[in-house]
Design a binder for this molecule. Structure first.
Ligand code: FES
Length: 366
């Protein structure tokens, strides 16, 4: 789904001549943004939690007028309490086909007897969303892992230096944001929100979001046109923490705009894999067959491997769930994730969704 053009101007508010004091302030602000980013990257490494749990689908609801989003209420078969979670957490779901997929928890952490997830049907995706829609009727038992948190929510006054919050959600990106809004509301924190999407018919949980009243701005492409960063960040000033989840063009526009703002923190989660940065082409040899494939500079090793081995497991495609782990038998890897330990690196483990070769061919245990 495209909601924001990629070519957002770098400076939405016009260039200012920078004197020495402004340059110093800019340097401080940039350092703070970098620091925040580093903290976030550290937090991105989720607690390793391979707890597997059987739950049952107790309720299915259509959550968007276009019928393409369903939510599932998952409970323990005996109704007991489920492991706790915090806003931003997700579940790994083992689908009947064996595919593993991740979905943000979008219910209320205070409801200790149920998890809620919501999934948009994506006809040309990897098939996981179709399975959730078509193969998990009420009463189905399903195995989940987690919850894990790769999008941690730091509450102002409770661990975050920010004074207020601004949320931005694009379409199904509302799922991790909803519990954050609910918690902020419950704690009496100052917050605002922009919810965007193609049309009111396509965005899920509209009634739930609009029940928060004037703090929320719903702006859809069909009524207002594609939003620029200024439309997504109205009134955002220093000491605001921005939490954003949505399509890549949206998160990119917001990241670029916030880079130009002083004292604004950004926490974001994307739907899809980040683009390859500074990629260099390299070769992968499959140890079992000796076949060699070339990974282009702008493509991930996982995407290349899937062309030959379409059943290889994967889930997040962002380097934090570990599902795509493969052992390197020869060659020098360039690890681009933050979740594997030094011992795992030393043992040759590689997350092929983001990591690459440091130069030359990698022989993988495939
Ligand atoms: S698919 Fe999640 S770490 Fe690679």
């Amino acid at each position: 789904m495209r909601t924001v053009p990629q070519d957002i101007p770098a400076d939405l508010f016009g260039k200012r001549a920078k004197d020495r004091a402004v340059r110093a302030l800019d340097a401080l602000a940039t350092a703070r943004l970098r620091w925040t980013t580093l903290i976030n990257r550290k937090d991105l490494a989720p607690r390793v939690d391979d707890r597997r749990l059987t739950v049952v689908v107790r309720e299915r609801r259509v959550e968007a007028h276009d019928q393409d989003v369903v939510s599932l209420r998952l409970e323990a078969p005996d109704g007991r309490e489920l492991p706790p979670w915090r806003p931003g957490a997700h579940l790994d779901i083992e689908l009947p086909s064996g595919k593993l997929r991740q979905y943000s928890l979008c219910g209320d952490p205070a409801d200790t007897r149920a998890y809620r997830i919501a999934v948009r049907r994506i006809p040309d995706g990897g098939g996981g969303s179709i399975e959730v829609h078509d193969a998990l009727p009420v009463g189905t038992k399903v195995v989940v892992r987690g919850p894990r948190n790769a999008f941690p929510f730091a509450v102002p006054g409770h661990g975050s230096p920010a004074a207020r919050l601004h949320f931005v959600a694009g379409g199904i990106g509302i799922t991790p944001i909803l519990p954050m809004m609910r918690l902020a509301h419950r704690l009496g924190i100052e917050w605002t929100m922009v919810y965007t999407g193609r049309s009111r018919d396509t965005i899920p949980f509209l009634d739930e979001v609009e029940s928060f009243g004037g703090r929320v701005t719903v702006r859809t492409d069909d009524e207002h046109g594609l939003p620029d960063a200024a439309a997504l960040l109205p009134g955002v000033t220093a000491e605001t923490a921005v939490y954003c989840c949505g399509p890549v063009p949206m998160t990119t526009a917001i990241t670029d705009a916030i880079r130009e703002m002083r004292g604004v923190e950004l926490h974001s989660e994307r739907f899809s894999p980040p683009p390859v940065v500074n990629g260099v082409a390299f070769e992968i040899e499959f140890a079992s067959t000796g076949a060699v494939v070339e990974v282009p500079a702008d493509k991930s090793a996982l995407a290349t491997i899937l062309e030959s081995l379409p059943d290889r497991p994967y889930s997040c495609r962002q380097g934090f769930c570990r599902t795509c782990k493969v052992r390197v038998l020869a060659g020098e890897p360039d690890h681009r994730e933050t979740v594997l330990t030094a011992d795992e690196h030393a043992a040759g483990e590689l997350l092929v969704c983001v990591s690459r070769s440091a130069g030359g061919r990698l022989v993988l245990d495939l």
